[in-house]
Ligand binder design. Structure first.
Ligand SMILES: NC(=O)C1=CN([C@@H]2O[C@H](COP(=O)(O)OP(=O)(O)OC[C@H]3O[C@@H](n4cnc5c(N)ncnc54)[C@H](O)[C@@H]3O)[C@@H](O)[C@H]2O)C=CC1
Ligand SMILES: O=C(O)C(=O)Cc1ccc(O)cc1
Length: 320
């Protein structure tokens, strides 16, 4: 989908954090003229130089204040564990009428850490584009990342509806479908659909490679596509995912409890040779996958063979 906006939605968009998500959105904004100017705050001179070399921001700074002081939209794109520190640096600095938004994978903790620091006259519209890869850093981004995917906004009651509509318009201009919901509802859904699967992938790859040396070599050598899929997910950024689990503790622990019960039931079925139970579950899950693919939902970036065009198989981390 190409941008249908006839004029820029914002004068200046400032990014805090220019990794996979920040740099993908910045690329899209600059490519399609969704803002007149893009600025960003990064943490090192090397990243600042790289961002300017890549041409993914008009101005790049190593401090937050310089990047955000004239911005109409401030998009926080750092790991969610950095939000408390980032929020404190926004207090007393932003223009009246500025909008603060974010892309964090959890939403209640983001609201907890950012909202108290924002001045009167500044709107806050938390968001989460459900699109990504296992890669990190400014080189990993690409402008088509968001195409055809969902973006969830979790507006805080009492906040400006105009601000929410503008953030929604930005994500729609990036090709996303947008839905609003409460932050706690978001965290419960994503706990099941995203956080638990990542935890399982980290566990499986950990278990399989925590073997004695000779066996580990064979696991790597003969890894079939099922295991390789898990290794892709398990190559995701450790800082980002540590922060996700620490900041969505309740929802993850709740779903993990249910998962452990279901796993025990499967363990028992295997032990006692209860083939019917296994067959019934596997048939049900096969139908679910077929339903998702037929509905064209979520997997819009998968080819017929089920490979995700967003990612390669190497799991290599791009420079940060
Ligand atoms: N990776 C993914 O697939 C997705 C990630 N997200 C969310 O997007 C956010 C960013 O993730 P990615 O872009 O993947 O991570 P990334 O690791 O590629 O980029 C994060 C950037 O933030 C910078 N950063 C860290 N602390 C900072 C601070 N205090 N001030 C300024 N910059 C700081 C890092 O140097 C890095 O360049 C996270 O909150 C994550 O939960 C959302 C959807 C998908
Ligand atoms: O790479 C994958 O398979 C992902 O699941 C990407 C992803 C990671 C985190 C999010 O909050 C949303 C999407």
């Amino acid at each position: 989908m190409t941008n249908t906006a006839s004029k820029p939605l914002f004068d200046t968009v400032a990014f805090i954090g220019m990794g996979l998500i920040g740099s993908s959105l910045a690329r899209r904004i600059l490519r399609d003229g969704l803002a007149k100017k893009v600025t960003c705050a990064v943490r090192s001179e090397a990243t600042r130089d790289r961002v300017l070399e890549l041409g993914i921001a008009n101005e790049a700074y190593c401090d937050i204040k310089s990047a955000v002081v004239d911005a109409d939209l401030i998009m926080i794109c750092a790991p969610v564990g950095a939000n408390e520190t980032i929020g404190a640096q926004l207090a007393g600095v932003l223009k009246k009428g500025a909008i603060v938004s974010d892309v964090g994978s959890v939403k209640q903790a983001v609201i907890r850490d950012i909202a108290p620091h924002l001045d009167e006259g500044v709107s806050f519209v938390p968001g989460h584009p459900l699109a990504g890869t296992e890669h990190s850093g400014p080189d990993a981004g690409f402008p088509e990342l968001f195409e055809g995917r969902w973006c969830i906004l979790t507006p805080v009651p009492g906040e400006s509806e105009k601000a929410t509509a503008l953030v929604q318009a930005l994500w729609e201009a990036c090709g996303m479908k947008v839905e609003c919901m409460d932050a706690d509802h978001h965290d419960r859904i994503l706990g099941i659909t995203s956080h638990l699967p990542h935890l399982i992938a980290y566990t499986i790859v950990g278990t399989a490679t925590d073997l004695e040396d000779a066996l580990r070599q064979e696991v790597i050598k003969f890894s079939a596509s099922g295991f390789r899929d898990f290794t892709r997910i398990a190559a995701s950024d450790p800082t980002m995912w540590r922060d996700v689990f620490l900041n969505n503790r309740e929802a993850v622990l709740e779903v993990l409890g249910r998962f452990q019960e279901d796993l025990m039931a499967l363990q028992r079925a295997i032990r006692w040779g209860e083939g019917d139970k296994l067959f019934e579950l596997f048939s049900r899950t096969r139908e679910i996958r077929r339903g998702i693919v037929d509905a064209g939902q979520y997997f819009t970036n998968f080819s017929a063979e089920g490979e995700d065009r967003h990612s390669d198989e190497t799991g290599k981390k791009k420079p940060d």
